[in-house]
Design a protein around this ligand. Structure first.
Ligand SMILES: [Zn+2]
Length: 411
């Protein structure tokens, strides 16, 4: 599939790439790779479970301050922000990575180097994003390039799991001046995430009086009701496009083999790349939660099993056209550093939040080779990884505009 970049975007990139300062910036970032990896190995040592990022946030603020950004601070939610001041009245662009990791306090996070790889829980996700963005800041400062708009560089809290992208959401709510966002997260040097996969998780419970399997035979069973429900849920057929998925897990219930249970529970995870399909799937699932109880009661002719369900997580879905200007810019920036770009399908990254709010946004891959993400065996191979901050650097120039040289692509 060929991807079309508009003449306007094409021209801006040609102009940028012909500038000495931009070439200096790109060279600087390539030479800065070692420093960025040193930062990465230091930051990974500061444990930062979701909602417990304070220590890492303080360290990141110190780093941004040392690099000379303006107004560096930790906000009331725990996000770290610093600003590279623009010299015109261009748009404000956010470049961010998330501070939190999925590992609890006490995890051994000491980096170990073996066969060209760095092993440490969290070394990629998203410590690499944080370190890569520091390299971008150093390049901005080293070249003194005059962007038209301000660039906010941030470390956000609570991206992972239960965090539900809380940091990104609050940061955008507190900063309505932000016109576009670039998140660095996820593997790959070619990936451009421009959609936000929505997630809805439910906990469903069935309760009944329970009783002896033999003595109380004839009573509807919460476990049987849950099983009827799960069987029907399994038969749901959401569309392939937009990708829409579900799975039931964490099934519990009963305490004795010879007892009709008093309670059964399960959880269901539903996702879709569009809000409309997610709504449809959710409505269908809720109908089925109730049908399972009803059918079990009807089977025995007694209204004994009750169903309750609760939404325990909600990440909004959202989408932008694949030919939107920010996606085109990401495409060009990726090509410009010698990498063939790839539009990712779906995605569940901090980019969900801006997309939902109508702010142009992309998530770009961290750039190195990586594996075992979210496991204790997480590893990172830094070969050629400087291309990631190079992409971000070009994106920032293109989106924010360079004073007297290029018009900002965002407005
Ligand atoms: Zn991540």
């Amino acid at each position: 599939m060929s991807y079309q970049v508009s003449e306007k975007v094409e021209k801006i990139f040609n102009k940028l790439l012909s500038m000495d300062q931009v070439q200096q910036g790109l060279d600087f970032i390539e030479q800065d790779q070692e420093q960025a990896i040193k930062d990465q190995k230091e930051i990974v040592m500061i444990e930062a479970p979701t909602f417990q990022e304070a220590k890492r946030a303080a360290d990141y603020a110190k780093r941004l301050r040392e690099l000379g950004l303006s107004n560096v601070h930790v906000d009331k939610h725990g996000n770290v922000l610093g600003t590279y001041l623009g010299k015109g009245d261009g748009p404000t662009i956010l470049l961010e990575a998330h501070l939190d990791t999925v590992f609890p306090f006490g995890t051994d996070v000491t980096p170990v180097e073996k066969n060209g790889r760095i092993y440490a829980p969290g070394i990629c996700d998203d410590t690499r994003g944080l370190a890569a963005n520091l390299s971008v800041v150093r390049a901005l400062q080293a070249t003194g390039i005059e962007t038209a708009g301000n660039i906010i560089v941030a470390g956000t809290i609570a991206e992972e799991g239960i965090g539900g992208m809380y940091g990104m959401r609050t940061l955008l709510e507190d900063h309505p001046e932000i016109d576009a966002t670039i998140s660095i997260d996820g593997s790959g040097r070619d990936s451009i995430v421009y959609q936000g996969t929505g997630i809805r998780n439910y906990q469903v419970s069935y309760t009944g009086p329970g009783g002896h399997a033999y003595g109380a035979f004839g009573l509807p069973s919460p476990i049987h009701a849950a099983a009827r429900t799960i069987a029907q849920l399994s038969d749901m057929r959401p569309p392939d496009k937009p990708k829409t998925t579900f799975t039931v897990s964490l099934v519990e219930g009963g305490h004795q083999i010879h007892a009709i249970a008093e309670k059964a529970m399960f959880k269901i995870n539903m996702r879709s790349d569009t809000a409309a399909e997610l709504d449809r799937l959710e409505a269908k699932a809720i109908e089925i939660f109730k049908a399972g109880a009803k059918e079990e009661n009807e089977r025995w002719g007694r209204d004994a099993v009750k169903v309750e369900y609760e939404k325990i997580h909600d990440t909004p879905a959202g989408s932008q056209p694949s030919d939107s200007v920010i996606v085109q810019a990401a495409w060009k920036a990726t090509e410009s550093v010698g990498v063939k770009p790839r539009l990712a399908a779906g995605g569940c990254t901090n980019t969900n939040m801006p997309i939902m709010m109508g702010i142009p946004a992309v998530t770009l891959g961290r750039g190195g080779k990586e594996g075992g993400v979210h496991s204790l065996g997480e590893w990172f191979d830094p070969e050629g990884v400087y291309r990631c901050p190079q992409k971000s650097f070009l994106m920032l120039m293109a989106l924010a505009g360079v004073r007297g040289v290029t018009e900002p692509l965002m407005d």
